[in-house]
Write a protein that binds this ligand. Structure first.
Ligand code: PYC
Length: 433
């Protein structure tokens, strides 16, 4: 059905070019003249047929397109996005990468993603600014410490670097944290995960888009999917705002709208959508070089390379498709950050925003084939989707090429909800929800 690779599983691309890098001279010339920048990805007319149609031009959809082409030689692929690439969850997250999950399936899966991120800049020839600065999840009570120990043991058994450290060690890593014992939420210790860190989310999206484009993938922005054609139990096409595409293979790689897209194919998803808000401060000199998370206080903080502090929380307490910021959120986050770092009381918030999170009952994603032949899903990413972009792309490409899920995602199939085989990750999903 698909064009295949040349045997080594790593055909370079569909049109013989690799995304090119720039010499220092190119950068100076383009910077001064402002002209002649080659487009990172091209625009194409929408064809009336593609072998594979990927709905969603975020990191998941673009990574899947890239790995379909690079690892399987499948290049007749369209990526559709109803707005611009990276304009959904991929551009609205807080870019935290880590693999310190609670279940063995989760740890193995996210660890593969961290490993792919470690080489992504070289693989895509695009600087994604991955900074492995370490990740701390604070424990404010004995129950949290117990969960941290549990996670540490599961992590170590999977070969992932995590350990529980005490309050003095936390203080050495983050001197600005208030580790005194007379606070409302004293810090008893933390789960320390050195490989965790942050990345530049736009760069990841653009890097994958550029690489997929160089392989011959068509990226169609401003192309909304309005229907999915299914005949006798299998996918036959996709209706879009720009016309119909005939195809036998569709991947739903959307976030926020995943249940609505799956409904178009007649596939029900156990997903509820919630807004997740975040905020950023004015830039200050670097003082925070780890990611700090407090599940109890529902807050996470990191400092960007530009010096801004990025704050996030848990999802809003009601299901909604709204992406408006709220005063409740900014008040709450400011209060919680100040419980942890009172010295920040004079910092100003510059802006806040929200994204949409598709939450599943067990806080794990849904990946793989569905009961409709040719209709695949990579959805249910809750508040942890960005970190999984590379491994999801790789695994969904394997799944589509082989027609069945690879081992690394076998636990995350949609059928687990019928079979009662949940992968309970609530204890390690971002902050306590
Ligand atoms: O899962 O690490 C996480 C996370 C951070 C922010 C939202 N989710």
């Amino acid at each position: 059905m698909f064009a295949t690779s040349n045997g080594n599983g790593h055909r370079r691309n569909g049109n013989g070019t690799r995304p090119r890098g720039y010499s220092a001279w190119d950068l100076v010339r383009h910077g001064i003249t402002g002209s002649d920048w080659p487009r990172a990805w091209r625009e194409h007319d929408l064809r009336d047929h593609y072998d594979v149609v990927i709905i969603g031009g975020g990191v998941h959809g673009l990574a899947a397109a890239h790995y379909l082409a690079q690892n399987h030689g499948i290049t007749d692929v369209a990526v559709l996005d109803r707005s611009w690439i990276g304009g959904g969850g991929s551009g609205r997250n807080t870019s935290i990468l880590r693999s310190n999950y609670l279940t063995p399936d989760g740890v193995r899966f996210y660890d593969r993603s961290v490993k792919l991120y470690e080489h992504l800049a070289a693989d895509l020839n695009f600087n994604v600014m991955f900074s492995q600065r370490g990740h701390l999840t604070l424990a404010h009570n004995d129950a949290s410490l117990r969960t941290m120990r549990w996670r540490t043991e599961v992590n170590k058994l999977q070969g992932v670097d995590s350990e529980v450290i005490d309050a003095d060690e936390v203080k050495k890593l983050v001197p600005y944290l208030d580790t005194s014992s007379d606070t409302r939420y004293p810090i008893l210790g933390a789960l320390y995960h050195p490989p965790g860190g942050i990345v530049r989310h736009d760069a990841v999206v653009w890097g994958y888009a550029r690489a997929a484009d160089a392989h011959g993938v068509h990226i169609h922005q401003k192309t909304e999917v309005t229907g999915i054609d299914v005949e006798r139990g299998r996918v036959t096409g996709v209706q879009t705002s720009r016309g119909r595409i005939a195809t036998g293979t569709v991947l739903n790689a959307t976030a926020g709208w995943s249940s609505l897209i799956s409904d178009m194919a007649g596939v029900a998803m156990p997903v509820q959508t919630f807004p997740l808000q975040a905020a950023v401060t004015e830039p200050v000199k670097p003082f925070l070089d780890t990611v700090v998370v407090s599940g109890t206080l529902h807050v996470y903080v990191s400092q960007t390379d530009r010096g801004e502090l990025v704050f996030g929380a848990s999802v809003d307490p009601f299901a909604s498709y709204s992406i408006r910021g709220s005063l409740e959120f900014s008040e709450g986050i400011a209060g919680h950050v100040l419980e942890l770092m009172p010295a920040l009381s004079r910092m100003r918030l510059l802006r806040q925003w929200a994204g949409l999170c598709d939450m599943t009952p067990d806080y794990s994603p849904i990946m793989g084939p569905t009961e409709v032949e040719g209709f695949y899903v990579d959805v249910g990413w809750g508040t942890y989707g960005f970190k999984a972009g590379p491994v999801s792309g790789e695994a969904m490409a394997d799944c589509i090429a082989a027609g069945r899920p690879p081992e690394i995602i076998s636990a995350f199939g949609l059928d687990r909800f019928l079979a009662g085989r949940l992968v309970g990750e609530k204890g390690a999903a971002a902050v306590g929800h």
